[in-house]
Ligand binder design. Sequence first.
Ligand code: ACO
Length: 392
Amino acid sequence: MTVCDYKPGLEGIPATQSAISHVDGKQGVLEYRGIRVEELAHQSTFLESAYLLIWGGLPTKQALEDFEHEIRNHRRLKYRIRDMMKCFPEGGHPMDALQACAAALGLFYSKRALNDPLYIQKAVVRLLAKIPTMVAAFQLMRQGNDPVRPRDDLDYAANFLYMLNEQEPDPLAARIFDICLTLHAEHTINASTFSAMVTASTLTDPYAVIASAVGTLAGPLHGGANEEVIAMLEAIGSVDNVRPFVDDCVKHKKKIMGFGHRVYKVKDPRAKILQKLAEQLFEKFGGDEYYDIALELEQVVTERLGDKGVYPNVDFYSGLVYRRLGIPTDLFTPVFAIARVAGWLAHWKEQIKANRIFRPTQIYTGSHGQKYVPLAERPQIWDRSLANGHDQ
Ligand code: ACO
């Protein structure tokens, strides 16, 4: 391999063959198993889309009912997981709490039988069922309250909002939240999915796979951007400040959160749907002070950076939807994770079915043939320039 072959961030390098989802970044198309995400958003539910992604086809009525039933039966957390969560610092980020909880599942369900279809099915059900309960439980526990028990009579989205807010959600709010989950369920080989696949390729347990993906999703260049969008809109403060803000970002090459994407060079199809959902919510429950700022920002960024293919991504409008649903800002990324578990699990299954451990190569840029200098003979005043490229 030559230096020319090296692509920072592996841009454009195929890392796998996959039949799970497809993105056409020029046309702004996203498909799950060949079905456009717009169709799924309008006609399907999150759990049906999760089934489609994970098991490879749309379920029969019976199969879907069985899947939903199993998930309802596994929503509760073991009391020892709840006890463990009580020890988490309330000031900690919910993504860190979620990562720890997902990893802890591996302690409680420690049998590993990757060749057993029943084991795979149980792991899929447990993770889809318990992750929302963990997110809601941490939210209540960090406020000093007991977690709310899941309600078997509520569907997936409504139950999460119920556990979070301790009251049954409005049906429109629950339906919109379910659509948000569908829109975030899968997105080809993004950073967190890639990290799930790398972890899966060692044939470790699925809980470690999901924990590693959660950790990767947390960063501000990935799932964490949705939180940053709200902080940015708050900092901009008014429509009049938008243009100077964008000018400053462009001048100093600062990234504007919620814009740009490695694959999409047009407006993300999910952003279009989320914007409409936000408008539906504002119509029913009242507007959001940041929406006008967001609209102006989209217009100015499009003017200034549209020629580079920088348009709103999925994170730009999702935060406004979540705010209106009463979800605290630092839960936006955990909510993203609740949805993306479906895609991670689909890739986990696909990976272990035709596995080869990930072991890429590197282009070594260090030195060779250096002599070991005994400690007593080394200069005793530390000089960074003598560090010979060692990471400090
Ligand atoms: N604000 C301003 N300029 C941008 C932005 C942005 N958000 N995104 C890209 N650009 C510019 C870059 O400065 C670069 O300009 P240049 O060619 O003059 O140097 C050009 O567009 C290409 O951008 P790259 O950084 O090379 O694009 P890359 O594919 O590496 O990055 C990324 C994609 C990380 C998502 C980037 O757009 C970004 O940091 N966006 C903000 C964070 C964000 O919203 N992340 C969520 C992504 S969606 C998700 O993960 C769920």
